[in-house]
Design a protein around this ligand. Structure first.
Ligand code: CO
Length: 442
């Protein structure tokens, strides 16, 4: 029992450390790239020829905010075992010409919403700025990561005395209510020079930026017995981290293991680095081609392939338990959530659900089931979007959490390890099928 507790604690420490270092999708991808390189994976570029060897691991990034890693077993492979999650989270993004002066006494920054964020948690807490900038160099232009690692900004609430009715419900106006305070009158013209300094260039060479606000509060473990974790970006970096851990620990024997983390899920996945792009399809085709396989062999491999779309799920809420489905009640620490929707917002069907349950049983990991209440719409994810590019049996799963899309979310302290263990077994297995309705899990 103590041994078990130590293992869970170790995984949570690693997860919280990863989250603290990953304030944006760009940082998450850079950190995952470093983990892969440490494990001996070779970095491929999309713009160069690929010479692939069986038994070796590789990874490739797109836009520095999406990443696909893969490992091909020796001597050959049957299909692809794919897990996909997303690197982005809802946030406030900084606009160009960001500074707004208020009566020469304040400087605030102009921001817009990225994705469907819960607004109120962003107020009255230390915030800072991170992301990617593009700078002019001797050779052309170059992307650089920026992370202002100190308390810098705050979005102050209006005092209750000035809006007595605020607790009866408040509609946030993004242009008025969500602009962060950057400094007093002296801070004027300070923002670009701060960012240029962080990027190591002169202000004139700072050409453009993708910068986001992030919550400075670090992740923590809480609950009487440490049963919960709370941190920014659990949706969906908890799944990304757990599946990468399982991927790195796996021993692929009969199928190629493919780890995917895609960007822009929170805004519909429709970018070149999102699930609705050709990224996954391109990588699978290149693996196929580089190993001298035909197009027919590629299509045959897809029937023996399986995809796990891993994106966090809603746990039953302690204060509003009636928001959940009456008979399917997922709770934190009760295992991986398999998500179903008759309208196929989630890709899970009886086949993919059964195959994934078999994987969990093999991994000795608990699983549970999520449906929306029949009178509620719920969210969407990347599984069904990705299937329009690469069509294969797919299951939608996630880890149970509270306060999804807050800048500080809560999850179970056991579930990250459960998913890592299931991912390890998943990536070490193969699902053989010829399209006749029977499947062998090898
Ligand atoms: Co998500």
């Amino acid at each position: 029992m103590d041994w078990e507790k130590i293992v869970f604690e170790k995984v949570n420490r690693e997860l919280l450390d990863f989250l603290d270092k990953s304030p944006t999708s760009f940082h998450a991808v850079a950190n995952m790239g470093a983990m892969l390189e440490n494990a001996g994976y070779e970095h491929l570029l999309e713009g160069r020829p690929w010479q692939l060897k069986s038994g070796q691991g590789y990874y490739v990034t797109r836009n520095n905010s999406a990443l696909i890693a893969f490992r091909i077993p020796k001597p050959d492979f049957m299909g692809f075992q794919i897990m996909a999650s997303h690197s982005d989270s809802p946030a406030l993004k900084i606009k160009d010409n960001a500074e707004i002066q208020v009566e020469k006494k304040y400087v605030k920054l102009n921001v817009e919403k990225y994705g469907g964020l819960l607004c109120s948690p962003w107020l009255d807490r230390p915030l800072s700025v991170a992301g990617r900038v593009v700078v002019r160099t001797m050779k052309g232009v170059e992307e650089r990561l920026v992370h202002v690692d100190r308390d810098l900004l705050v979005i102050p609430n209006l005092a209750i005395h000035l809006n007595r009715k605020v607790n009866e419900g408040y509609e946030f106006n993004a242009q008025r209510d969500l602009l962060p305070l950057f400094g007093d009158g002296e801070a004027a013209n300070g923002f670009r020079s701060l960012i240029a300094g962080e990027a190591g260039v002169e202000e004139k060479d700072l050409l453009d930026m993708d910068l986001f606000l992030y919550n400075r509060m670090k992740g923590t473990v809480l609950g009487l017995n440490g049963e919960f974790i709370a941190a920014p970006h659990l949706d969906d970096l908890q799944c990304a981290f757990a599946s990468l851990k399982g991927f790195l620990d796996a021993k692929p024997v009969k199928s190629a293991a493919v780890f995917c983390v895609l960007d822009n899920e929170e805004v519909g996945s429709g970018t070149k680095q999102g699930a609705d792009s050709t990224f996954l399809r391109d990588v699978l085709h290149r693996i196929n081609g580089a190993l001298g396989r035909t197009q027919e062999e590629y299509l045959m491999a897809l029937t023996s392939s399986f995809m796990v779309s891993a994106d966090n799920a809603h746990s039953i809420h302690p204060n509003q338990p009636d928001k959940g489905d009456p008979t399917n009640r997922p709770f934190m620490n009760d295992g991986i959530v398999i998500k179903y929707s008759a309208n196929q917002k989630y890709t899970t069907d009886a086949v993919s659900g059964a195959l994934f349950k078999s994987i969990c049983e093999r991994a000795k990991v608990p699983y549970q089931v999520f449906f929306n209440r029949s009178d509620m719409l719920g969210g969407s994810t990347l599984g069904n979007i990705s299937n329009s590019q690469v069509a294969l049996n797919t299951v939608d799963i996630g880890l149970p959490q509270l306060a999804m899309h807050s800048c500080y979310e809560t999850a179970g302290s056991k579930d990250t390890l459960y998913l890592a263990e299931a991912a390890k077994v998943f990536y070490s297995s193969a699902v053989y099928g010829e399209g006749d309705g029977t499947y062998q899990i090898l």
